[in-house]
Design a protein around this ligand. Structure first.
Ligand code: TRP
Length: 330
């Protein structure tokens, strides 16, 4: 049987190479095999108070970039969270099943309290309830989640169980994590350590133009080079090879690995090759991003049709939930 997959996409931040070889690859695979709901989580983004002037533009840009990179509205239901008002209504109902103490102990909440002590709003506290709503409203059975979202998924299962037991129903299925096993490639940044996107300025974006990509790759952190044969590789160099492995042909990677082993490597050549191959992967996507961004009718059509489909699934759930909870029309 097909799984129902739900995944929210943050509406802040442009797509970078790490997203492309990570989450996005998996989305593309999933949309072929399952009944997928992918949405831009714009309500969630309000917890950090984005400027109203930029709000819509960011949602639009993220949507355009995901479409350009391969999300297909003919295969998956792609929509904007706030276009489905049923989400907000079910969120209200599920909030009644969420003990404050439990929410306060959520790792992501505690982190936000540390990071933005001047803006500890109730939306941050109930962020996991909104995310559970996104998932449960389509009866998702699978949710692709990274490490940082695992607790939220665990809480989603708890809300589902709690609803089912409180109302003596077997209404909500308990969604599980979509497991990609070892296939998941983690793309590092260009600043010597850590994941791409973790810190400012270490990312290569799908919307970057050629000059920007070449400049960023040229500036990537390296070292003085190996001085003995078969020297172990420091992290910064390993990182360049990890990106090379993602974008280049096998024999290209082997060639540079051999050069490293024999201490003949020239980082200038490695970077040149890396920049060439990154451009080969990303520039066609950049072209599509520009084309989609300038096609207002197309974006509007995708968003409208996605919202229609999401709403028909969501409104069915909402009315069933209300009936189970005891709401009745007069
Ligand atoms: N919280 C997720 C993140 O920060 C985004 C998200 C919102 C989500 N709702 C979701 C992910 C539902 C999966 C399912 O990345």
């Amino acid at each position: 049987m097909k799984d129902i997959v739900v995944s929210g996409i943050r509406s802040t931040g442009n797509l970078h190479l790490g997203n492309y070889f990570g989450a996005l690859r998996n989305f593309i695979k999933m949309q072929d095999e399952n009944n997928c709901f992918f949405f831009i989580a714009d309500l969630h983004s309000l917890t950090t108070h984005p400027k109203s002037e930029d709000f819509h533009a960011k949602v639009r840009q993220v949507l355009a970039e995901y479409l350009a990179a391969g999300l297909d509205p003919d295969k998956a239901t792609i929509f904007v969270q706030s276009d489905v008002p049923e989400v907000s209504e079910l969120y209200t109902l599920l909030n009644m099943l969420a003990p404050v103490g439990e929410l306060e102990r959520t790792v992501s909440f505690k982190e936000k309290v540390r990071k933005q002590p001047d803006n500890v709003n109730a939306g941050l506290l109930t962020y996991p309830v909104l995310m559970a709503t996104d998932i449960l409203i389509h009866h998702a059975t699978k949710v692709p989640v990274g490490k940082d979202q695992e607790q939220h998924l665990e809480m989603t299962r708890m809300f589902a169980r709690r609803f089912n037991s409180l109302y003596e129903s077997n209404y909500f299925p308990e969604p599980t994590a979509y497991n990609f096993g070892t296939e998941l490639v983690k793309i590092p940044g260009l600043d010597g350590s850590g994941k791409m996107g973790k810190s400012e300025g270490n990312g290569l974006y799908l919307a970057d133009d050629e000059a920007t990509i070449r400049k960023k790759v040229k500036r990537a952190v390296t070292d003085v080079g190996p001085s003995v044969e078969n020297a172990p590789m420091p992290e910064a160099i390993q990182n360049l090879f990890t990106i090379l492995e993602a974008v280049s042909a096998r024999d290209t990677v082997d060639y540079f690995r051999d050069k490293y082993r024999s201490c003949e490597i020239r980082y200038g050549d490695l970077k040149q090759q890396l920049a060439d191959d990154i451009c080969r992967v990303t520039l066609p996507i950049r072209e599509r991003i520009l084309a989609i961004t300038s096609d207002a009718n197309y974006i509007a059509k995708v968003a409208r049709e996605g919202a229609d489909r999401a709403r028909s699934s969501a409104s069915k759930t909402l009315s069933e939930v209300k009936q189970i909870m005891g709401f009745k029309p007069f």
